[in-house]
Design a binder for this molecule. Structure first.
Ligand code: ARG
Length: 457
């Protein structure tokens, strides 16, 4: 067991199982690159400010780089008794270069160090997430472009409502994801801040230059208050929220894919490469990837709730509770990136059964609004038209027919204004084509929508 960095004041050491409870090394080793980057910036600044000599700083920085590589190559035994990544690296540094390694921690604390690492990590991953979302949006646009003319039933209350274009349906998810991207981008303003130099809580007596480390680390801004710098975890809550909402969007889309691929709908066929079978039922092909994406919202939302609860009632400034900010965020980032990648592959390899969709949309009453609009066109007030169509739908149900099968004399008995052209007017593709209003499902409007969407990519 290694000597504690804080051993001086203590007469007794914790037992191994107590160290194990206290330690975060098994998850914060994920921050090795950020920790080294932060330390290099700190050492550079200490030397420029005359707090360390240039030689001391160079020795420290050169060895930190070697340690970084050695950790990646699993050549450094990371120890629970050294708690976390910060103390493990510092211990290794002192082992290798001696006392001068002990000068690195001048004018900083693990409190601003861990906050710096987490800001660097969150910034990097949020940028990665924004790129992954954009890649997924591109897949949606590609799919939409192939299916502007594919007509499908549009639903409300999961009941057939009106025919729509398949492209229009999937493009809805493009816009949800566009808002997600914009939320992640906006959050970057608050993520991209440097806490380094706040030290334990009150700043430091050494003549450090916080703006220099801010610039060296590429942070866009700096915390104005040292207590705030070490105790702010809002940006983690915000990121967990943004991840959770994006996952909620993916889960809604996943649910549609699950329904679309069912025997009942058969609107799409998933590729074998993104499906699984059953160990007992030989015929089964299950949409496991979509189900898992739908299911994983539980994890990400759980991490958000957990972070909010951890922070509730925490007094200023740093409290060890804050060590609980890491596992949830790491897992949420991993979950979202994985889900986006899987969804992209699943969508790109999925077959849209256009014939089946075209047949389906003729076997329902989703053209009933068309009939009402037709009557309005003939001068009948919409409320009366609605009543007439309602009666015709009821008649059709009683006679086991759809509106396109109803004989003209039955139509004319209800409304003499109805003529032969009704049979063209009620065609689902005609219904879609007529929806020319801005943002509507008509082919021209959808093509315009896709053009606008492409400008966002
Ligand atoms: N492992 C700690 C964390 O993740 C690092 C900061 C420890 N600071 C302290 N004063 N004990 O929060």
């Amino acid at each position: 067991m290694s000597k504690k960095a804080w051993g001086g004041r203590f007469e007794e050491k914790p037992e191994d199982w107590v160290d194990a409870f206290n330690a975060s090394i098994h998850f914060d080793k994920n921050l090795v690159d950020e920790d080294i980057q932060g330390s290099i910036a700190h050492a550079t600044m200490l030397a420029n400010q005359g707090i360390l000599t240039q030689d001391e700083a160079s020795t420290i920085i050169a060895e930190l780089k070697v340690i970084q590589q050695d950790i990646h190559d699993n050549k450094v035994p990371l120890q629970e008794s050294l708690e976390d990544i910060h103390l493990n690296i510092e211990h290794e540094l002192i082992q290798r270069i001696g006392a001068v390694g002990g000068k690195l921690h001048t004018g900083r604390s693990r409190n601003d160090q861990v906050a710096t690492d987490m800001h660097l990590y969150t910034k990097k991953e949020v940028q990665n997430i924004i790129e992954s979302i954009a890649a997924f949006q591109q897949t949606i646009v590609n799919l939409a472009e192939q299916h502007v003319d594919t007509i499908m039933p549009g639903y409300t209350h999961l009941q057939r409502a009106q025919p729509i274009s398949f492209a229009h349906h999937v493009m809805t998810y493009f816009w949800m994801l566009e808002r997600d991207k914009s939320r992640f981008t906006d959050a970057l303003k608050r993520i991209d801040l440097s806490p380094l130099g706040a030290a334990a809580l009150s700043g430091t007596t050494y003549p450090i230059d916080r703006h220099e480390t801010q610039q060296l680390l590429g942070f866009g801004g700096i915390y104005e208050n040292s207590l705030d710098a070490v105790s702010d975890r809002d940006y983690i809550v915000e990121t967990l929220h943004n991840i959770s909402l994006t996952m909620v969007h993916l889960s809604r889309f996943a649910e549609e894919i699950i329904f679309w691929s069912s025997e009942e709908a058969k609107f799409v066929t998933l590729s074998d490469a993104f499906s699984t079978g059953s160990s007992i039922m030989p015929q089964k092909k299950n949409p496991d990837m979509a189900e898992l994406i739908r299911g994983k919202v539980g994890r990400t939302t759980g991490h958000l709730m957990s972070m909010l609860m951890t922070l509730k009632g925490l007094p200023l400034a740093y409290n060890k509770d804050m060590q609980e900010d890491k596992e949830g965020l790491f897992d949420a980032v991993h979950t979202l990136k994985g889900s986006l990648k899987i969804f992209e592959g699943m969508l790109a390899s999925m077959t849209v059964n256009t014939d089946r969709l075209a047949t389906t949309v003729r076997q329902d009453f989703s053209n009933a609004t068309e009939l009402a609009d037709y009557l309005v066109m003939k001068g009948i007030p919409f409320r009366d038209a609605h009543e007439i169509v309602g009666k015709l739908v009821l008649w059709s149900i009683q006679h086991d027919m759809y509106l396109l099968d109803v004989p003209l004399d039955v139509y004319q008995a209800q409304a003499p204004e109805i003529e032969e052209d009704i049979y063209t007017y009620l065609q689902p593709d005609e219904a879609v084509k007529r929806r020319k209003s801005y943002g509507a499902t008509g082919q021209d409007a959808v093509k315009h929508q896709i053009d606008v969407a492409k400008q966002y990519l």
